[in-house]
Design a protein around this ligand. Structure first.
Ligand code: PMP
Length: 354
């Protein structure tokens, strides 16, 4: 017997690269190219270092209350965590404790199977249809729960509320998690937040990493029924009661309070996305309809995805490439500033027009 025999073995999730070089065009991890709102910057610049000698508020009252007010829900319906990876991990551990398989799409956020394996949760991957949409009827089977991102990643495809409602109606007896990491780029009223009063088994997860330009601060939240949030808090407080640090709590609250800046940034990214899509299509790219801050793009045959990925990287342009399954002909390209996307288009013209 050796200590290693007792080690819990997992195949970890591999996040996108975070190169240090500031001169690269970094379009590989769906970060926001614009800075956090001025209010958040002010909080950070004026932060009282001395206050860090104290523990943060374990109830994260300020940020949870700001989010509750913003979304018109009660304080006890809001759970916050260190990025959605933390919130989702806690949700898996809390809500997916049954014996039946948890269902999620075959092409989706590749962290889901990792949490399932870590927590010994059986799971089943349900194939997306030919146009990469979820078929709600496929989720009409006995399960231990359901999770999917809406819009989905890495495809960028949005499922309308009626389809989400169908999935909820077919799964009233298990938890259904809708990971809305990219929902702010999907237009007004795209979220299923309005369905919350009807479904006490629905959990909606949101992040500050994309639309709020705060990936480095690691802030995300979930909204669900009070009972569901209570269950998640019990799990959270059974392994770490001070998850959110004071700096992020203050910066995150300032972000929620500046709605105009947030809306303006989101609009700029959506405009750039539409323009970039049109221009890349002119060069022969096939681009899935995106409701996110990235596009899933199939390059022309002359230089397919894997090769274009390598060539771009040599030029200091970073995309994300997934060699698995149906993702293999595509590149996932985060939408940067107009200037960055113009440089990407210039590079594409060099490759495909010569
Ligand atoms: N969900 C989805 C669908 C994502 O693409 C990501 C980004 N990697 C996350 C959750 C996690 O984001 P974060 O932990 O930064 O909130």
């Amino acid at each position: 017997m050796n200590w290693k025999d007792n080690v819990r073995r997992v195949t970890p999730y591999v996040p996108g690269e975070q190169p240090k070089d500031k001169n690269i065009i970094k379009l590989n991890t769906n970060e926001n190219p614009y800075p956090p709102c001025p209010g958040a910057e002010k909080v950070l610049n004026g932060f009282d270092a001395d206050s860090l000698k104290k523990y943060p508020d374990p109830n994260v009252t300020m940020l949870r209350q700001a989010l509750a007010d913003y979304h018109g829900v009660s304080f006890s319906q809001v759970f916050v965590g260190v990025g959605s990876d933390d919130v989702l991990g806690t949700a898996f551990l809390t809500l997916f404790g049954g014996d039946k398989p948890v269902l999620f799409p075959d092409l989706t956020y590749s962290f889901y199977p990792v949490w399932a394996e870590l927590y010994r949760i059986p799971f089943r991957e349900i194939p997306l249809d030919e146009s990469f949409h979820i078929r709600p009827d496929d989720y009409r089977i006995p399960s231990g729960g359901v999770i999917f991102p809406n819009p989905n990643a890495p495809t960028g495809i949005y499922e309308n509320k009626e389809n989400v409602r169908k999935i909820l109606d077919q799964n009233r007896d298990v938890a259904v998690i809708v990971d809305e990491a990219y929902i702010d780029f999907a237009g007004e009223d795209a979220s299923v937040l309005s369905l919350l009063p009807e479904y006490d088994n629905l959990l909606i997860v949101r992040t500050f990493s994309k639309s709020r330009s705060l990936a480095g601060a690691r802030i995300a939240y979930a909204i669900g029924s009070e009972e569901m949030i209570d269950c998640m808090l019990a799990i959270r407080n059974s392994y770490n009661s001070y998850t959110m640090n004071s700096v992020s709590i203050a910066a995150g609250t300032a972000s929620v309070e500046d709605d105009a800046y947030f809306r303006n940034t989101v609009k700029k990214i959506c405009d750039t996305r539409e323009r970039f899509t049109r221009e890349a299509e002119k060069l022969g790219f096939t681009i899935l309809p995106s409701s996110t801050n990235f596009v899933f793009a199939m390059p022309p045959e002359k230089c397919p995805a894997a090769e274009l990925f390598r060539m771009a990287r040599e030029k200091g342009i970073y995309f994300r490439y997934f060699s698995a399954k149906r993702a293999e002909p595509y590149l996932r390209i985060t939408i940067g500033t107009d200037e960055e996307m113009d440089l990407v288009l210039a590079f594409f013209r060099e490759v495909y027009q010569n």
